[in-house]
Design a protein around this ligand. Structure first.
Ligand SMILES: Cc1cc2nc3c(=O)[nH]c(=O)nc-3n(C[C@H](O)[C@H](O)[C@H](O)COP(=O)(O)O)c2cc1C
Length: 195
């Protein structure tokens, strides 16, 4: 069984270290995962004024989320929280009210920073958001990656064997988690909280 994973890179930077990490994760993933980025950079700022006539950008984002079997977020920490561009995309996907696209989607969350805290505070904030959106989350392992230039090549090659093992383990656990959630959902054990 192949699972379609939609992934968000929570940075608009052309030199994003989180994009490099995303490439590394894709390279390490088990072969039964296929990946498609869910782009966030061209979304307008969300307003409830759009709800009555959702624009094409918002509808496309919702369709990309809904057609994914699982979601992966790879994001920086901005001012100890979620980068605005990513939060904006989440707001688009969560609305109009009653059509929350994230509900019951198995999610994984990672982040990289040059700093020692490695996006831990952003991830804590994100977990609250994903909980509210009724999106099951892989709780463990956690990836708070302190990014060191020497550990990665430009196309996501992982030059540090410990980092490679750690992220490879994450992707195995994430894949097993996606399978578990989808199995439970198919068996009717995960319901709609109606967010
Ligand atoms: C607006 C802004 C706020 C930032 N705030 C934090 C922060 O709270 N914690 C942190 O570890 N790094 C912070 N940084 C540094 C980022 O971790 C660093 O720029 C990193 O490269 C961002 O990831 P990216 O390269 O994938 O965009 C901040 C950077 C910017 C531009």
């Amino acid at each position: 069984m192949t699972y379609n994973i939609g992934y968000f890179v929570g940075s608009l930077s052309s030199k994003s270290i989180n994009r490099t990490v995303a490439k590394a994760l894709i390279g390490l993933a088990p072969h039964n995962l296929s990946f498609k980025e869910i782009p966030i950079k061209d979304l307008p700022l969300y307003s409830p004024d759009f709800d009555e006539d959702y624009p094409a950008e918002g509808t496309a984002l919702k369709q990309a989320i809904e057609s994914s079997d699982g979601l992966l977020f790879i994001a920086p920490e901005y001012n100890r929280s979620i980068p605005g561009a990513l939060k904006n995309a989440i707001d688009w996907g969560s609305r109009p009210w009653g059509t929350n696209s994230f509900a019951r989607k198995p999610t994984g969350l990672l982040g990289a920073s040059p700093g020692a805290i490695g996006t831990a505070v952003m991830q804590s904030n994100m977990r609250s958001v994903l909980s509210f959106l009724d999106a099951p989350q892989l709780n463990s392992p956690e990836v708070y990656l302190q990014y060191r230039e020497e550990d990665f090549g430009p196309e996501g090659e992982i030059l540090n064997p410990d980092t490679k093992k750690f992220l490879g383990h994450y992707m195995e656990e994430y894949t097993a988690f996606v399978e578990r959630v989808l199995d439970a959902s198919a068996a009717g054990h995960i319901g709609d909280a109606g967010v």
